[in-house]
Design a protein around this ligand. Structure first.
Ligand code: CUK
Ligand code: CUA
Length: 655
């Protein structure tokens, strides 16, 4: 290695916090010399620059070392939640949420099927989702690592994932609304999970002609009450607020200074309905006439008091505060926001609200102090067509930061900077909250939607890392046909300038938002304990089986098979039933060894469940076809894994 390159590598190593000796830049004649030669040769052979090597050193995570952060990314159309380690960008898990998932056995056993079926709409079982926004549970505005909530935009629903075992425990939805988008977001102590609608429709799933849009179509925001003790949403204690038929977009809950308030963007305050074949302008043209749309400001504590006082009407089993009541009681106000707003993000101190306009070049910074004073003084600039008071735009803002073309979403760091995704430019803009000036930008590839910084939407962001969640990947990866992955790009926030560190193709659906949490805030369990736990109650299942108590019992409701799994056998391993029998398979993994997971499948019957150590699962099905069905363990658990098998014998009727 040349002396100059040695020196540069040593410097590089020191800037990323490792010793020069480790990269072999020492002058000693020992092993160091050989290593330095290796690195120089590697750089040359792979055509790597010093910046490439620095990026590699900042992300490479040696075997056995763990990541500093977890990123929980929406899985988009897949309906799964993606768990990614940062800085390595290694995928750790796809948590099954809205979609049957065979490896986890999600929706292939009785209990998980019940969870998924609770999300049926119009009596229809839904097996996909358009997941957009994960929201980690918060305590005092900071992630607490206990739960994560996700939405389904297409079939408006909210799911609760428990971060003790990374399992989806509950799916709720209301037929009050037909789509959502301002979801999921949580209030600072996770009192409520917010779900606001996107495309207006008659409330409660009614039909009304599109010509009656102004009168019959409405938006709504649902506040799902979260019961932290039970780890479930309490549907009976949840309520909604009716909103005008604008297209409500993203939402954020106030914190600290803004605690008690919700902020929801909207677009299409023109109330365009489309109708190109009927002589009306297309939706997107009709919806882009006005220079301003309305940010909704909602006093949710006041709304909660009203709901608890019964000032609601019940629509589709949901308690709804009607629009007139919301206006009369002063819990809903508007403030104009520039052209086609998209992101609404509250600053860490809770004092300001940042809005990006898709067809605007600014991030607009609203001052809560100013808006609150206007609301308190009832100093309004006017009312909308439904009577909602509107604050004056100029009187409500602190200022605007000239960002660039198509600012969308904003995150924050610990040094007073904001980071805004700029869609049309394909950049991330770093700007100062203090003087509202752009500091620098980094190119991303391409068409960035959301971005996520380490704890970047909490009361105490960490800075350090940011992920640009890009919609297009074009030339970044080897070709895989016309459907391309998304591109997650890891950006280093530790220096003055942002630096791109890593490209990660994300090929499972289109993730929208993600949240990044310090890994040491989570306390996931290793095994289910005591043996026989049903993950959906976290109690020992009444049908769980202890070793030595395995049996087959014929009861009035069918054949009950009480089975255990342990390396390397199922007991019993021969199960005989009659064609037409209802079968209830109760399987307990009686192991407590970490990672000693088994699975059990019965081919042709569409059954496969996962049995993590200590877990119990019930699987009910009708043995409607006769035949010989081998069942076997679907996790390579042991040297005798292939022998972990048995026969499910279905004797033909009449024999
Ligand atoms: S949205 Cu997709 S890029 Cu649903 Cu949060 Cu902005
Ligand atoms: Cu148990 Cu393989």
């Amino acid at each position: 290695m040349s002396r100059a390159l040695s020196y540069r590598l040593a410097r590089l190593a020191s800037t990323v916090g490792i010793s020069a000796v480790l990269v072999g830049c020492g002058t000693d004649a020992g092993g160091g010399g050989a290593a330095s030669g290796d690195i120089a040769a590697l750089m040359k052979a792979r055509n790597l620059t010093e910046a490439d090597v620095a990026a590699a050193l900042k992300t490479y995570t040696p075997t056995g070392k763990h990541d500093e952060y977890y990123t929980f990314a929406s899985g988009g159309h897949s309906g799964n939640l993606i768990v990614i380690g940062v800085p390595s960008m290694r995928i750790h898990k796809y948590v099954a949420v809205f979609t049957p998932e065979p490896w986890q056995g999600f929706s292939y056993g009785d209990q998980s099927t019940q969870v998924l079926d609770a999300g049926a709409r119009d009596g229809r079982r839904i097996t996909w989702a358009d997941m957009h926004h994960p929201a980690l549970s918060e305590t005092a505005g900071d992630y607490d690592g206990k739960f994560i909530f996700v939405n389904d935009k297409a079939n408006p629903r909210i799911a609760v994932v428990d971060l003790h075992d990374f399992v989806t425990k509950q799916i709720v939805g209301s037929e009050l609304i037909e789509t959502d988008h301002g979801a999921a977001f949580v209030t600072p102590n996770t009192e409520y999970v917010i779900e606001s609608s996107q495309y207006p429709a008659p409330l409660g799933g009614r039909y009304a002609p599109i010509e009656t849009y102004d009168d019959e179509y409405r938006g709504a925001v649902i506040l799902w009450k979260f019961d932290r003790e039970r780890g479930r949403i309490d549907v009976a204690k949840s309520f909604a607020i009716e909103l005008p038929p604008y297209m409500q977009d993203l939402a954020d809950a106030g914190k600290k200074a803004t605690d008690g308030y919700l902020f929801i963007n909207s677009f299409n305050t023109e109330r365009a309905t489309g109708g190109t074949a009927e002589g009306r302008p297309p939706m997107e043209a009709g919806a882009s006439q006005n220079d301003m749309d309305y940010m909704h400001i909602i006093d949710w504590r006041k709304a909660e008091t009203l709901a608890n006082a019964g000032r609601t009407e019940t629509i589709a089993d949901m308690r709804v505060i009607r629009l007139d009541t919301a206006i009369d009681e002063g819990l809903l106000h508007f403030v104009p926001e520039p052209k086609s707003p998209h992101g609404v993000d509250i600053t860490p101190d809770g004092k300001e609200i940042v809005v990006g306009g898709k067809l605007d070049t600014h991030a607009t910074v609203y001052s809560w102090e100013k808006m609150k004073a206007l609301i308190d003084a009832k100093d309004f600039a006017g009312k909308d067509a439904y009577g909602v008071p509107i604050l004056d735009f100029e009187k409500s803002i602190r200022g605007q930061c000239e960002i660039g073309l198509g600012p969308l979403h904003t995150q924050f760091d610990d040094k007073g900077f904001a980071y805004t995704s700029v869609f049309i430019e394909s950049t991330v803009a770093k700007w100062s909250l203090k003087d509202l000036k752009v500091v620098n930008k980094v190119d991303v590839h391409y068409n960035i939607g959301h971005l996520v910084a380490a704890e970047g939407d909490t009361v105490s962001p960490d800075g350090k890392y940011l992920i640009a969640m890009n919609k297009w990947a074009i030339d970044r990866f080897a070709k895989v046909g016309p459907l391309l992955p998304q591109n997650f790009q890891l950006v280093d926030l530790s220096g003055e300038e942002m630096r791109l560190l890593y490209d990660m193709p994300l090929p499972l659906g289109e993730p929208h938002y993600a949240q990044m949490i310090k890994a040491d805030k989570l306390e996931p369990i290793d095994v289910y304990s005591p043996i026989g736990i049903d993950p959906y109650t976290m109690k020992v299942d009444p049908n769980s089986v202890a070793a030595g108590k395995e049996r087959i019992e014929r009861k009035a409701d069918g054949v009950h098979v009480y089975m255990t799994a342990v390396r390397s056998h199922f007991t019993p391993d021969i199960v005989r039933v009659q064609q037409g029998d209802q079968v209830h398979l109760h399987v307990t993994n009686v192991e407590q060894a970490h990672d000693a997971t088994h699975g059990i499948c019965i081919g042709s019957y569409n059954i496969n469940v996962s049995l993590e150590p200590g877990k119990h699962t019930n699987v009910s099905f009708k043995a409607d076809t006769s035949g010989v069905y081998p069942f076997y363990c679907t996790e390579f658990c042991s040297a005798l894994h292939l022998e972990m098998a048995g026969y499910f014998l279905v004797e033909p009727k009449g024999d």
